[in-house]
Design a protein around this ligand. Structure first.
Ligand code: TRP
Length: 331
């Protein structure tokens, strides 16, 4: 049996990059798998957070996930800090992971930037906590954006070393699930940069809360080259902005890039952009409407998260007990 686990940080608003990169896949996977989805507040505090903003961000992210189609009656949706196994297994795995392994993590290098000495120790050990998240449920499949590939490799290395060191197979090795057209959504202003919540230009991203006018405006202003769309995927080589918009179209309409180009090849952006905006509005408007209702009912969101934490704990506690036994803490 396969078990799916994934996590998302409760910082900032959900944007199209999060939605197409991960959340849509989370929603689809609910149909065929046991799914566990986690708002990773322990990860959030690896960089400075204002407590009131974090508190609000946790609820908002839960509401946004439900609005996007996560069904808390089927999938388990919960808040990481409320299940103790994450932090407790992470400590044990910090004694399994090697400093040399963490030194190779590119995300730490990017996030710590020039001031590496001033970064928190938590930011450095972030990927070990991520491994604990997954392994605490013995998850077999982990849907993520392609920027998380290296962290998933590390989780596998940690699981394998723990099993070998303790001489008992406590953890299965988790598989990343990365495929799909627009898994990596790029900035609308720069086809070589990822769409990001921290981009200073709001025009660079589509927020899940953008209304139809904002979406149409941003797509209209999106940077492109001057050529018409090619009729085959190979023609997108060296055209990152065009490739990004076509990839977004494909993902939003559940078609391949080849199919989109079969329909839109030969069109200029003056023609393609309004078509893309229409598809985007149709996909996002219902999510937007559900989110507007949900975010006003924080008591309901808190109840969903509490129930999710209880269900998650019921799975993770026996794994934590197995870890304790494997290490020799208990008999
Ligand atoms: N690091 C992931 C990200 O930034 C979030 C995350 C935390 C996660 N724990 C996880 C993803 C476990 C998958 C599985 O996107």
């Amino acid at each position: 049996m396969s078990r799916v686990f994934s996590g998302i940080q409760p910082t900032g608003n959900l944007h199209l990059g999060n939605y197409l990169g991960a959340i849509r896949k989370w929603v689809t996977m609910q149909d065929a798998h046991e799914c566990i989805y986690c708002v990773v507040d322990l990860h959030a505090i690896t960089v400075a957070q204002d407590p009131a903003t974090l508190r609000n961000g946790i609820r908002e992210m839960a509401a946004a996930l439900i609005a996007s189609g996560i069904d808390p009656d089927r999938a388990i949706l919960f808040q990481q800090s409320q299940v103790r196994a994450h932090a407790e297994i992470a400590w044990v795995l910090m004694c399994t992971a090697r400093v040399g392994w963490l030194n190779r993590m590119t995300q730490f290098k990017e996030k710590s930037g020039k001031d590496r000495e001033g970064a928190s120790v938590g930011l450095y050990t972030y990927p070990v906590l991520q491994a604990a998240d997954i392994l605490a449920y013995r998850a077999t499949h982990v849907p993520v954006g392609d920027d998380q590939k290296q962290h998933l490799e590390l989780a596998r290395d940690i699981a394998a070393k723990f099993n070998t060191d303790m001489g008992i197979d406590v953890f299965p090795l988790p598989e990343p699930v990365i495929e799909g057209p627009a898994t990596r959504v790029m900035s609308l202003r720069d086809g070589s940069a990822k769409m990001s919540k921290s981009d200073p230009s709001d025009a660079a991203r589509i927020n899940m809360t953008d209304d139809a006018d904002a979406i149409a405006q941003k797509i209209k202003r999106a940077r492109t080259d001057a050529d018409a769309l090619p009729s085959e995927p190979a023609g997108l080589a060296g055209r990152p902005e065009a490739a990004n918009l076509v990839g977004i179209m494909a993902a939003l309409s559940d078609r391949s890039i080849a199919d989109v180009l079969r329909d839109h090849g030969g069109q200029g952006f003056g023609q393609f952009k309004p078509a893309l905006a229409d598809v985007m509005v149709a996909a996002l408007a219902p999510i937007n409407a559900r989110f507007a209702v949900l975010r006003r009912d924080s008591a309901a969101i808190d109840a969903i998260l509490a129930k999710g934490a209880a269900r998650a704990s019921a799975i993770a506690e026996p794994v934590l007990a197995d870890v304790h036994r494997a290490v020799g803490f208990t008999g």
